[in-house]
Design a protein around this ligand. Structure first.
Ligand code: ADP
Ligand code: X2W
Length: 293
């Protein structure tokens, strides 16, 4: 009897959570949410399935999700197997002709298809593409010293609108098309920011392996302003792999994205908590034009 009462309490709490989600469901109806899924955030098959389930639920309730993935650790693994040395300069992989072939094979092949398949297994309809498809992301070379590393220069997001119209979830590998037929390796955060800006997305969620941006005391900041980002970067509090994320956040909000959230992709239901509950998750950086959204 006691057990049943506890069970009832669980059901009541579940019903309350659903009921409280209504204003959030209404807010995000038909919204565009770009999700950067980093290689370190991917986890094991169960965690991948959990992520895919959240994405399918998001679409079921009216959101247009777009996944832009990374895969740095998987690229490292393959380069090591092939005996190809690799180094990073300012968070970007120095990419010669042999390396870019491996990057494309790993990102567009194994990593992209793993995510596509996970979403489809949960009942969604996902299609894998890279920035080269339909000229989605045309790039210029970032810096000759980095080889085939690209900076997004011209975005053509029409193909994504077509996919939204067909209730299809785009899963995008961060490769760009060069103007002379080259393939460019693009940092996953940079690609996600450029795609989100081209869509004027309502949210860009950058999923990583920490709970958010931490201050000097190591506490996660629930909200962070562009000025705070600039100051904390100058002071070295924001460092390493967090720099491309906060830089992406600044570029994205300047490009018209309403808000960017940096959060832990390994936490269960991270995306749902962020979008559909009052609790949110991680650190939010809001666009200046939208103080209350
Ligand atoms: N101020 C900060 N707050 C949180 N993490 C930080 C900060 N400064 C540096 N980092 C580092 O940034 C890392 C996230 O970047 P990275 O490992 O490149 O992520 P991903 O592989 O998910 O793209 C964190 O694991 C942390 O070590
Ligand atoms: C230019 C550059 O550095 N590209 C990245 C692309 C993958 C990526 O960004 O993966 P994560 O998001 O998992 O780190 C790379 O070669 O590792």
């Amino acid at each position: 009897m006691k057990k049943q009462t506890a069970m009832n309490r669980d059901w009541i709490a579940t019903a309350r959570t659903l009921s409280e989600a209504l204003p959030y469901l209404q807010r995000y109806d038909d919204a565009i949410v770009v999700i950067k899924f980093g290689g370190n955030a991917m986890g094991d098959d169960d965690e991948m399935d959990g992520f895919a389930r959240d994405i399918v639920l998001m679409q079921q309730v009216g959101v247009n999700p777009v996944i832009v993935h990374g895969g740095g650790p998987m690229i490292n693994e393959m380069l090591e197997k092939l005996g190809i040395q690799s180094e990073f300069v300012n968070g970007k992989r120095v990419t010669d002709a042999a390396t870019v072939e491996v990057v494309e094979m790993v990102l567009s092949g194994r990593v992209n298809k793993r995510i596509v398949q996970a979403i489809n297994r949960q009942g969604g309809k996902a299609v894998g593409l890279s920035g080269k498809d339909a000229n989605l992301m045309i790039c210029d070379q970032t810096n000759p010293d980095l080889g085939f590393v690209g900076t997004p220069a011209e975005m053509n997001p029409n193909v994504l609108h077509t996919l939204f119209g067909a209730d299809t979830i785009p899963v995008i590998a961060p490769l760009g098309a060069g103007r002379n037929g080259e393939t460019y390796n693009v940092n996953g955060d940079t690609a996600a920011g450029a795609i989100a800006a081209s869509l004027k997305a309502d949210r860009l969620l950058l999923l990583t392996d920490v709970a958010g941006v931490k201050n000097a005391e190591g506490d996660v900041m629930t909200e962070i302003t562009p000025d705070q980002i600039r100051q904390m970067t100058a002071e070295g509090i924001i460092a390493g792999g967090m720099i491309p994320k906060t830089e992406t956040a600044l570029v994205a909000i300047e490009g018209g994205v309403r808000a960017v959230v940096i959060l832990d992709g390994r936490a269960p239901n991270a995306c749902l908590l962020e979008l559909f509950t009052e609790h949110g998750a991680g650190s939010i950086i809001r666009g200046t034009g939208n103080p209350v959204t």
